[in-house]
Design a protein around this ligand. Sequence first.
Ligand code: FPP
Length: 244
Amino acid sequence: MVVASSTGTGPNHVAVIMDGNGRWAKHRGLKRSEGHKKGVVAVRELIKNAVDAGISQLSLFAFSSENWRRPALEVRLLIQLLNNTLENEVDDLHQNGIRLKILGDLERFDSRVEAMVRNAESLTADNQVMNLNIAINYGGRWDIVNTIQKMVAGGCSSDEISEEAISHSLSTGGIPDPDLFIRTGGEHRISNFLIWQLAYTELFFTDTLWPDFGKGDLEAALQWYMGRERRFGRTSEQVVKGEH
Ligand code: FPP
């Protein structure tokens, strides 16, 4: 694969909305839950390919604050699948040097889920190959509201509320903003994922359904990214001259 983030050409942080599991299953006459199971296989492959590509932060939207609106059975199966996957994969992730972080409001889950997640995070806390951030019961608006509430509760005055202070206190505090966002499944939306953090991110949309997303699809997204000129509000001429 072409990308090495150390060269400055590839993305350091890639954020992904994994959409299309349900349609993938429907096309095959299978239950939606089968699509989610196949989605887990695609996640495993993505993690491996992202490491090979030199990506240092990978953020995945696994369950949004809005996903609770799905039929109760699907919600139950999805949460069970996520829980079992995290539990079963954590040793493998650890052995491969992956640092795991969960983004989102875990209060809505059983306290055993929260304990399992916190154990997995502390087990992998010193790993350095890649950071894997998984968003569960996450919403970008929730993240911003939660941050402001924490700042106010901590005694922050209005002049201490700055972009830097908010960025620092978000659930992604300390993690650089995504360089590349990928959404599979054909929709062109951000769907309340990392909305603050995606302000200057390059957005890549593909019709590929998530369970079909493989190495070639990641390579296509990375190639597309490398052709983008990231201006961060500057002119093209300034970018060419290397002005900051
Ligand atoms: C969207 O497909 C997918 C989800 C809501 C769940 C994503 C979860 C996984 C891929 C499982 C594993 C994840 C991890 C991190 C272990 P959809 O159901 O909205 O598909 P549709 O748009 O075709 O209905």
